[in-house]
Ligand binder design. Structure first.
Ligand SMILES: Cc1ncc(COP(=O)(O)O)c(C=O)c1O
Length: 473
């Protein structure tokens, strides 16, 4: 490498490490919030005719980092991920340095074996004894390919001839992720053929309602083909009862998919894995390592119980120019993927797993549950806060609702929205909100085990102060 490149790389690493350290400083805002219009004025987006030279990239990198939302800050509770393991960053650097694509063994030999090892390991954890899988672009994509597998099982000719008039219908809970609707759109199922089954008081799919909906669809001349259960719903963090659902899908011979994009890795915790009892009864399973396992985005899997399914569903003709019939032909993962070029996403999880071990992940997840208990108690003990959902996972839905206040439902909604906005604009915290049963819920996610009880005390102190300022004004 040329000396100049080496110098710039070292300098860039120094800036990145400074950024990561700054993220941990209590004085650093989680975001220097600017509207899109303002940011376009303040950040030079122009692409020049004449290049500026490598050295000039350093202040640009610094400026980029200063304008990011600091997702590894202990004030970030907004998404189903936060913070990441440094092994992930290391592996991403190595992956980019080796710059290859996952379609063939010959261009990605070690990465292919690593991906296969991860797939075998995850299948064992889920309970798929003869399973297969592929890394995908996210849980959304995993859910879509799972639905495609089910579609092609029920209408095998669909791959070649397109869909006939079988009127396929799929079932998910009314708390499931929107990706199932996207899948139905893309696969020609139609979004109105996704039946949203009502959930029970714990936000879990109501199995009696599922069975009734299936029976109704059959009477209507439709073909139930897919049930998407969720392990860890996006807002409430609920786990659908897999054992009971599997009984129904077996009875009606329907494909059972588990969307474990968020909660799948709970299987790594001895203490909490009971939440997914029955996972082995599914036909497919979506697993995101970039959420609960703290691997940098994207690191996502679709696991399928029956070997051979993905080739059947995803392979196409016209590939002899790339997949050559040699001794490693069976290792070419491109044949079972919907992508052609595909980034190496396996190394970051594999390296992290090697460094921290399976028990390290168990401890990580247990710690997040422990922090959830802390927050839950905090909210329960506060006269100003109301817990809206009894947490079963690491999602905490609550709101400002002072016991001695006299606010209408509408006022409470707008006060809570304003609090969230105020915290974001001041950089004090980033926490999300969602409509929960017609009420505005603040959704706080604990995905980063580096967060401490003290950080959480700090968050609630800012939250209440913001609430007082808003309600007094
Ligand atoms: C339950 C659930 N499923 C699927 C997804 C989509 O995952 P991804 O963002 O990896 O596409 C999410 C995202 O938050 C989710 O919460």
């Amino acid at each position: 490498m040329m000396r100049e490149q080496e110098k710039i790389l070292n300098l860039a690493v120094e800036k990145i490490l400074n950024y990561l350290e700054e993220n941990q400083n209590p004085a650093t805002p989680v975001v220097n919030y600017q509207s899109a219009n303002l940011l376009q004025e303040n950040f030079d987006l122009s692409l020049p005719e004449k290049g500026i030279g490598l050295e000039e990239s350093i202040p640009i990198i610094e400026s980029y980092l200063n304008h990011t939302t600091r997702t590894s800050s202990p004030k970030f509770f907004n998404q189903l991920w936060g913070g990441f393991e440094i092994t992930g960053l290391l592996a991403e650097m190595v992956t980019s340095a080796a710059n290859t694509s996952m379609y063939t063994y010959e261009v990605a030999p070690v990465a292919t074996l690593i991906e296969l090892k991860l797939i075998e390991t995850l299948n064992n954890i889920i309970g798929f004894n003869n399973g297969e899988g592929v890394m995908v672009t996210g849980g959304t994509n995993a859910n879509m390919i799972a639905m495609l597998c089910a579609r092609n099982k029920f209408v095998p000719e669909a791959k070649k001839d397109g869909l006939d008039d079988k009127k396929l219908v799929a079932f998910v809970s009314d708390k499931s992720h929107y990706s199932f609707l996207k899948a139905a759109n893309l696969l020609g199922i139609g979004t109105s053929n996704i039946i949203k089954v009502k959930s029970d008081i714990r936000n879990r799919m109501d199995v009696n309602a599922l069975e009734s909906a299936i029976q109704l669809a059959i009477i209507d001349g439709k073909t139930p083909f897919f049930v998407g259960a969720t392990a860890g719903t996006t807002v409430a963090g609920a786990f659908d009862p897999l054992l009971d659902i599997a009984e129904v899908t077996k009875k009606y011979n329907i494909w059972l998919h588990v969307d474990g994009s968020w909660g799948g890795p709970v299987l790594l915790s001895e203490k909490h894995k009971h939440l997914l009892t029955g996972s082995e009864l599914a036909d497919s399973f979506a697993w995101d390592a970039h959420k609960l396992m703290g691997v940098p985005l994207i690191c996502s899997f679709l696991l399928v119980k029956e070997k051979g399914t993905l080739f059947e569903v995803c392979s196409s003709g016209g590939t002899d120019y790339i997949f050559h019939d040699d001794e490693n032909y069976s290792y070419d993962l491109g044949k079972i993927s919907l992508q052609c070029g595909r980034k190496v996403d396996a190394l970051k999880l594999w390296l992290s797993w090697k460094c921290y071990g399976t028990s390290g992940y168990g401890a990580r997840i247990d710690r997040l549950f422990e922090l959830t208990r802390y927050v839950t108690e905090y909210i329960r003990d506060s006269p100003d806060l109301e817990l809206l959902i009894e947490p079963e996972f690491v999602n905490i839905c609550f709101r400002y609702h002072p016991a001695n206040g006299n606010f209408s439902a509408k006022e409470l909604d707008s006060i809570n929205l304003e609090i969230r906005e105020k915290l974001m604009r001041s950089g004090q915290a980033l926490v999300n909100y969602a409509n929960y049963n017609g009420q505005m819920a603040i959704r706080l996610i604990l995905a980063n085990p580096e967060i401490t009880e003290k950080d959480l005390d700090g968050f609630f102190s800012s939250f209440i102060q913001a609430a007082i300022a808003i309600t007094k004004s």
